[in-house]
Every structure is written in C-alpha cells, then in structure tokens.
Design a protein around this ligand. Sequence first.
Ligand code: NAP
Length: 243
Amino acid sequence: MRTVLITGASRGIGAACAKEFAANGYRVAIHYHNSEEKVRLLCGELMTAGCEVMTVKADVGNSAEVNRMVKEVEARFGKIDVLVNNAGIAMQKLFTDTTDEDWDKMIATDLSAVFYGCRAVAPMMIRDHSGCIINIASMWGEVGASCEVAYSAAKAGVIGLTKALAKELGPSGIRVNAVSPGVVMTDMMAGFSEEDVAALKEDTPLCTLGTPEDIAHAVVFLASDKARFITGQVLGTNGGMII
Ligand code: NAP
C-alpha cells in the first residue's frame, strides 16, 4: 500500500486530495496547521471509509517543523511514496503596499515550504529509488497577476524548483511535477465579491470555475503509474483561462 503526505489537507484542495487518494487505496497522512476540528472530521470520514490515516501538525514555513512532520509520518507509516506540497496562502495587495513582513511570510509559506518538504523526503525516496512529488503552483506563477506580485513570485519559484528538481532526482527514480490551478472555489477565494467571481468565470473558456476535486483528480493521476513517463511538467488545471 502506498503512503501519501499532503500538506494543507485540512480544507480546500488539500482535503479533496486526501479524499481522492484515500478512494484510490493510499494510506493518507493529513497535515494541517490551525484547522484542528476540520481535520478531526475529515479523519473520521476517511477512517469510516476504511482508510488508514494519520494527522500531523506543522507550520510549513518552518524547516524544523517540516523535518519533524516528515519524521513523524515515516515513524508511523514506514515511508512516504508521494508528497503533495499543497499548503499555501494568498495575498491581494498593491505592490507598493507590500511590506517586508508580507513578502517574507509569502515566500516562507508558499515557496520555502516546498523546498523544505522536498528536502525532507528526498533522502528516503533516493534510498528507495522511487517516489513522487507534486507541488501545487498557480496559473499566476506562470503569467503573473496584478496586485499579487508576492504570490506570483512565490508560485513562479515553485515552478522553477519543480523543473530543476525533476532533472536532479529523475536518475534516482523520483518524479517531480507541478499542478497549476486556475480559479478554484475554496476559502482562498473568500475575499472576492460575487461580481469578481462572475467576471473570472466569464474569462474562463470553459465558463466555469474549478472545484477542489478537479485539482485532486489531476494530482492523483500524476502520482499514479499511468504518469510514469511524466516528470518536470506543469499541469494546467484552469478551464483554459491561460493557454
Ligand atoms: P485554502 O482552502 O485556503 O487552504 C489552505 C491550506 O493551507 C489549509 O489547509 C491551511 O492549514 C494550510 N496552511 C496555510 N498556511 C500554512 C502554514 N503556515 N503552515 C501549514 N499549513 C498552512 O487554500 P486552497 O485554495 O485549498 O489552496 C491550496 C493550494 O492551492 C495553495 O498552495 C494555493 O496557493 C493553491 N492554489 C489555489 C487556488 C484557488 O483558486 N483556490 C488557485 C491556484 C493555486 P490550516 O487550515 O490547518 O491552518
């Protein structure tokens, strides 16, 4: 049985990934930061469905906590076959209003966290000569978004990291890919008005916004053996919003 560790699995895209991996027979390590109650409910749901699960709490912007998180999962499940670096924050702000603290928090949570996660699992994956890492980027990391410069920079960094790491770890039997969502209806979209959401929908060729499940399907596919020849890729899941 394969084990997956998903960061930020308490809600949104991460929680949908946890359910989809569980439905595909994986043992699931659910990481969270503050949403303890949500994780308790999700865990109960997956256990009732017969899935082997564990929960682990960490601030992904802190390398010591990420190392401890990976050790906890390894101690309980023996290994990690798939790492999904999904936890993240968004920030809409004028570039000129962005403070050092804003920038540092964004880079720590959305970019350094991916580096810490990959570095923590790489030795065991190299040892096993197998493994798969999927990093959740964003279409704004591909094309840039006005008033989201820090977020776009962090996500562009995730894409660069993914491509470089795929080259470095490929010979060790490890695949590294990114999934790059468009607009997905989660808590992250809470700050957007109904008009903003309608406008985003109108700008999407498929005339609909994404669901967390849409992203989870892409992630589970990339983790599967059906994707055995795919590495270093950025899989756009955006309804055609950027092509
Ligand atoms: P969400 O619903 O806001 O959930 C964010 C998750 O990240 C939560 O599980 C949260 O944990 C965790 N998290 C945040 N800060 C953390 C920290 N410092 N340490 C550990 N965990 C932390 O977000 P989402 O929409 O599902 O987004 C998931 C990923 O997809 C993110 O990387 C995001 O950038 C990316 N994405 C989202 C969209 C979109 O439209 N929604 C589009 C493109 C890309 P707790 O709740 O436990 O605190």
